[in-house]
Design a binder for this molecule. Structure first.
Ligand code: 3NM
Length: 233
């Protein structure tokens, strides 16, 4: 497919476009996301909920459909009991059906997810972004928050892009205007303070919490640091 130009046929550049079915903002977060563990089991959720993280995300990548639905149902019920805002990664239909606080989607999920249904159900929407193009695409959809990643090298997920670093994180936060932002990727206790100092609204972590000797102590310590940074800035 192309168009003629001075006797040559140039390839037509295909830009994938998001489904722009949604023209108003998604439901807003009740407050900034804060310390935001990303976990993959109900067991880990049970350990962390008593510490009341700002938000928490259930991100399950393996398992049978039945097991995944059961885990999502249990997780939503537990999070409600503790009054913690739970985002379901990927499984937006189940999130709607069982009344999660919100849905978190990657950019590739935008091809298939029904954003209007998520919005109509009143669920919050978090979107991942990994650089200026994805950030612009995410902003167009007026989500409840935008995740900016990955900030530092990470072993948890294979990333096709390069780490963005804190300078780019700060620039992206400015570009987001009023939309809340969440930093993710390679954030641990040593790097937490410099991430907070960018003014980001939330910090998401997988391994620094789930692979700690005591996940609940790790979360407690991140929450304390978050409060200190907030009081300082
Ligand atoms: N999403 P850790 S980075 C799940 O950049 C995930 O979108 C990322 O794990 C993104 O805190 C990432 O262990 C993994 O580095 C984050």
């Amino acid at each position: 497919d192309g168009w003629p130009c001075s006797g040559h046929v140039l390839p037509r550049i295909q830009m994938e476009q998001p489904p722009l079915a949604v023209s108003s903002p998604f439901a807003v977060l009740s407050s900034e996301p804060g310390v935001y563990p990303v976990i993959d089991s109900v067991d880990m959720l049970q350990q962390l909920l008593p510490l009341k993280p700002g938000c928490i995300q259930l991100r399950i990548k393996t398992g049978s459909d039945g097991d995944i639905e059961l885990a999502i149902m249990e997780a939503i019920a537990l999070a409600k009991k503790y009054g913690v805002r739970l985002f379901i990664n990927d499984y937006w239909q189940l999130a709607i059906e069982h009344g999660a606080y919100g849905v978190h989607l990657g950019q590739q999920d935008l091809e298939t997810a029904d954003l209007s249904a998520i919005q109509a159900a009143g669920l919050r929407l978090g979107l991942s972004s990994h650089g200026p193009f994805e950030l612009a695409r995410a902003l167009q959809l007026q989500p409840s928050y935008i995740a900016l990643g990955h900030i530092f090298p990470t072993d948890t997920k294979q990333m096709p892009s390069k780490p963005q670093g804190v300078k780019r994180l700060a620039d992206s936060i400015a570009l987001c205007g009023g939309t809340p932002t969440v930093a993710i990727g390679g954030i641990d206790h040593h790097r937490f303070a410099q991430v907070c100092q960018t003014g980001v609204h939330g910090v998401a972590m997988v391994s620094a919490i789930t692979r700690a000797n005591s996940p609940s102590e790790a979360l407690h310590s991140f929450k304390q640091q978050w409060e200190q940074q907030r009081a300082y800035h």
